[in-house]
Design a protein around this ligand. Structure first.
Ligand SMILES: CC(C)(COP(=O)(O)OP(=O)(O)OC[C@H]1O[C@@H](n2cnc3c(N)ncnc32)[C@H](O)[C@@H]1OP(=O)(O)O)[C@@H](O)C(=O)NCCC(=O)NCCS
Length: 386
C-alpha cells in the first residue's frame, strides 16, 4: 500500500469504482446507466475517491438536495454510495473519505448533510446523528379504491409535468410545514417521469407516481393539498384492486391516508432511519423555519472537532418564525452540544433524549421545554432512498 490520497473521481476511473461498488453492495443495476448518472456528479465536483497509487479503492458521492425544514428549503448534501474495497477496510480509509466528503460539503456551501447509514459508527465519529425515518406501509388496495374523490379531475401526467410536480410538492410542504422531505434536482424528477414503469397522475393540487411491484402496486410518491385530491389520487391507485391486492407506500405515520383508509396499514411498517449533520450551523439555523409562536433565547457552547467554524460560544435567538445564531462570549451554564447533539436537536429530538444520551448538557431545565417547543413539532421523515 502506497500513500493513500483523496481525489476527485475521474471519468476513466468509473469502471474501477463500479467494481468496488459491486464488491460492496452486490451485483445489480445497469452499468451504463450508473455511469451516466456518475458523470453528473463528476461534472459538479461531487464524486470523491481514495486512491492507492493509480487505483481507486474507495468512493462516495454527494447529491445536491434541498430539504424541507418547517416549511422552508435548506441545502443538503446527500451522501451516497460510500464504498471501500474489502482489502482496504478496517484501517481508516472510510473515515479518510468521509472527512473529505464533509469538507467538500463545507466548500460547496451546503448548510446540512444527510445519509442513510449501513453502519452508524463511521458516521457518528464524524458528527452525524439519527434525525428521522423513512416509513414504508402496506395498504389494502380495495380500501383505497373506495375512497372516492368527489369527481376531482385527475389526468395522466408525463415528463413535461416535472416543473408542475416540483411546484405542487413545494406548496404542500410549505403549507404543512414538513420536516425532512427532500427536493430532488429537476433532471431526476424528469427522468423519474420518463421511466415507462412509473405511472403518473396529476390533479389541481397534487400528484401520484406509482408502479407495479411483484404483482402488487407501490406508490413512489403521493402529494395532495386537499382531502378531495387525497381521496381521488389514492382511489386511482386502488382502482387496480382486481389485480393488485396491496399497495405499498412511503408516507409519514401521521399522513392523511392512515385516517382515511378503512383498515389499518400493516402494523409492521418498514422503518429506515437517516442521519443528519449541520455543516454550517449559523446558515442551517437561519434557513430553517420555526413556528411563528416559538420564542427562544439560549446560550450554546458547540464543540465540533471536524468543522472548526461551528465550534465556539453562540447565542441562539428564535422569534417570528426564524432563528439566528450569533457568536457570543462564553456563558456559565450554556447548553453544551457536539455535532451529533446539534443535529438531533435541529431535527426535533426531545431534549430529554439528548440529555439522557450525553448528547447535550448544561443549560437549565426551563430551557429544555423552550428548545422542545422551538425545534419539536412534526417528526422528520423522508420519502426516498438515495
Ligand atoms: C462501511 C465501510 C465504508 C467502512 O469503511 P472502512 O474503511 O472499513 O471504515 P474505517 O476503517 O474508517 O472505520 C471507521 C469506524 O467505523 C467502524 N466500522 C467500519 N465498518 C463497520 C461495520 N461494518 N460495522 C461496525 N462498525 C464499523 C470502525 O470500527 C471504525 O470505528 P472505530 O474507529 O471506533 O474502530 C466499508 O466497510 C464498506 O465499504 N462496506 C460495504 C459498503 C457499505 O456498507 N457502505 C456504507 C453505506 S452507508
Amino acid at each position: 500500500m502506497t500513500e493513500l490520497r483523496v481525489v476527485d473521481v475521474a471519468e476513466d476511473q468509473l469502471d474501477d469504482v463500479f467494481e468496488v461498488r459491486t464488491r460492496s453492495f452486490g451485483p445489480g443495476g445497469d452499468k451504463e446507466e450508473w455511469k451516466e448518472s456518475a458523470r453528473t456528479f463528476i461534472a459538479d465536483g461531487r464524486y470523491l475517491g481514495v486512491q492507492d497509487g493509480d487505483t481507486v479503492v474507495a468512493a462516495a458521492r454527494i447529491w445536491p438536495f434541498e430539504q424541507w425544514w418547517s416549511g422552508r428549503r435548506v441545502g443538503n448534501g446527500g451522501v451516497a454510495g460510500v464504498v471501500v474495497a474489502p482489502e482496504y477496510r478496517g484501517r481508516g480509509v472510510g473515515s479518510l473519505l468521509m472527512r473529505a466528503v464533509l469538507q467538500r460539503c463545507v466548500d460547496k456551501g451546503c448548510p446540512l448533510t444527510s445519509l442513510y447509514p449501513a453502519t452508524t459508527v463511521l458516521y457518528r465519529h464524524l458528527g452525524y446523528e439519527f434525525a428521522g425515518s423513512k416509513h414504508e406501509y402496506t395498504f389494502q388496495a380495495a380500501d383505497l379504491r373506495t375512497l372516492g374523490g368527489g369527481g376531482t379531475a385527475v389526468r395522466k401526467a408525463g415528463p413535461g409535468d416535472a416543473d408542475l410536480f416540483i411546484e405542487l410538492a413545494s406548496k404542500v410542504n410549505e403549507q404543512r410545514r414538513t420536516n425532512g422531505p427532500l427536493i430532488w434536482p429537476r433532471r431526476e424528477v424528469e427522468s423519474w417521469l420518463k421511466d415507462d414503469n412509473n405511472f403518473a397522475y396529476v390533479a389541481e393540487d397534487g400528484f401520484v407516481v406509482y408502479r407495479w411491484s411483484d404483482g402488487n402496486l407501490a406508490v413512489e410518491e403521493l402529494v395532495a393539498g386537499s382531502e378531495e385530491t387525497t381521496r381521488a389520487l389514492w382511489a386511482t391507485v386502488g382502482s387496480g384492486s382486481s389485480i393488485a391486492k396491496t399497495v405499498s407506500a412511503c408516507v409519514p405515520p401521521f399522513d392523511p391516508i392512515h385516517f382515511l383508509a378503512e383498515h389499518e396499514a400493516t402494523r409492521q411498517a418498514h422503518q429506515t432511519r437517516w442521519m443528519l449533520r449541520l455543516v454550517d450551523a449559523p446558515a442551517a439555523l437561519a434557513a430553517r423555519g420555526f413556528a411563528n409562536s416559538a420564542v427562544l433565547e439560549a446560550d450554546l457552547r458547540i464543540d465540533d472537532p471536524d468543522v472548526p467554524a461551528n465550534t465556539g460560544d453562540w447565542h441562539l435567538s428564535v422569534h417570528d418564525g426564524s432563528a439566528e445564531l450569533t457568536p457570543s462570549e462564553p456563558v456559565d451554564g450554556a447548553v453544551r452540544l457536539g455535532p451529533r447533539g446539534l443535529a438531533a436537536l435541529y431535527a426535533g429530538t426531545p431534549f430529554a433524549t439528548l440529555r439522557g444520551t450525553g448528547l447535550a448538557s448544561g443549560g437549565v431545565p426551563e430551557l429544555d421545554a423552550a428548545l422542545d417547543a422551538a425545534f419539536g413539532g412534526q417528526p422528520a421523515y423522508m420519502l426516498d432512498d438515495f
